[in-house]
Design a protein around this ligand. Structure first.
Ligand SMILES: [Zn+2]
Ligand SMILES: [Zn+2]
Length: 345
């Protein structure tokens, strides 16, 4: 079985190795598509290598077809098309019991480590086949376009941090894949959406995706342009898919009193300046989001299946490469400012 092994910085090798061995309660998935995430590109560039010690098989945004099941009883069967929720959790710790299994401390403790497919915890899906616990598998309709399984995971992130926002004025900062997916889910919930980015092509894509208004973050008039557009209405929520001193200052300035700023995206610098006086005077709520609970992933799949035409996720799949060309795919993703690059089998 072939898999793409990240052996070092900028070094991906296609290795032919043994098939995954199934444990009880697992299924063998023939991978149909796996998206390349910023989190995968990071170790390729030499970042976050403590979370991804080399060699590592990355890839957590995937789905495929069940080839084999090792379980006494299961509602799933061989041949089923499935999406995979890549969160690995113990099911019994404080956070799992509260329904926030993405924060599970079963193995990592109260650290900032993440337990997920495609990390030190478990081999990912830049491979032909992968073993997956049955509890991580969500069945898809048999006519589902399997290329879309490479974008369901980031869509679940976008769904989870937008599901509670309805009939509001929302600013989305960062029109990468997850930001654009957020625009789509926000429009489903009848919000007015303003997208902000530094790249004009990203803003063009945001408008195509459904954003009502776009502004370049480098525009000196950015805040007044948004205020003019809103004609006296206020900004209820800012989603920061790119966190920096500048984007947080921008969000703090724009947000209404009692509004919410959501931190979602990673940034180059983990430490940003906060205007504590504005936070206090405006009673701003700051909320950090780590991925999504598995329950939200399942809800997201449901919403996607029911709104396939309206969401049109396919327009965000910018390029696809076969597994053998994984290195070219990573180089392309690194070089081009595109929404989503997927590896297909
Ligand atoms: Zn991801
Ligand atoms: Zn747990």
């Amino acid at each position: 079985m072939k898999k793409a092994v990240l052996k070092g910085i900028g070094d991906i090798e296609i290795v032919d190795g043994p098939e995954p061995i199934l444990k009880e309660g697992e299924a063998l998935i023939e991978v149909a598509a796996c998206g390349i995430c910023h989190a995968d590109v990071a170790p390729y560039e030499g970042k976050n290598t403590d979370l991804f010690p080399f060699p590592v098989v990355c890839g957590h945004e995937f789905g495929g077809i069940i080839k084999e099941i090792k379980a006494e009883k299961s509602e799933l069967k061989v041949g089923d098309k499935v999406a995979v929720c890549p969160i690995l959790s113990c099911g019994s710790c404080y956070y799992c019991r509260q329904g926030f299994d993405q924060l599970c401390i079963g193995s990592a403790g109260e650290s900032v480590q993440v337990s997920n497919f495609g990390t030190q915890a478990r081999e990912g899906a830049f491979a032909q086949r992968v073993a997956v616990p049955l509890s991580n598998i969500i069945k898809l309709p048999q006519d589902f376009d399997m290329e879309l399984t490479g974008i369901i995971e980031p869509a679940a992130v976008a769904y989870s941090n937008t599901k509670d926002i309805k009939d509001s004025n929302v600013v989305v900062v960062g029109a990468g894949a997850i930001g654009l997916l957020a625009v789509k889910f926000l429009k489903l919930n009848n919000n007015r959406v303003i997208a902000v980015d530094i790249a004009e092509n990203a803003l063009g894509l945001a408008r195509k995706t459904g954003a009502d208004f776009t502004v370049n973050i480098s525009d000196k008039e950015r805040a007044s342009k948004i205020r003019d557009y809103l004609k006296g209405e206020m900004v209820d929520c800012v989603l920061l898919y790119f966190v920096s001193d500048d984007t947080l200052a921008f969000a703090t300035d724009l947000i209404r009193k009692k509004g919410e700023i959501k931190f979602i995206g990673l940034s180059g610098n983990n430490f940003v300046k906060i205007d504590s006086l504005a936070m206090l005077v405006k009673s701003i709520r700051l909320h950090g989001y780590m991925a999504y609970p598995t329950s939200d992933f399942k809800e997201a799949v449901d919403v996607i299946v029911k709104n396939l035409d309206k969401l049109n996720l396919k327009e965000l799949v910018s390029a696809k490469f076969p597994l053998e060309k994984a290195k070219e795919a990573f180089d392309f993703k690194q070089r081009e400012n595109v929404a989503k690059v997927i590896i297909v089998n």
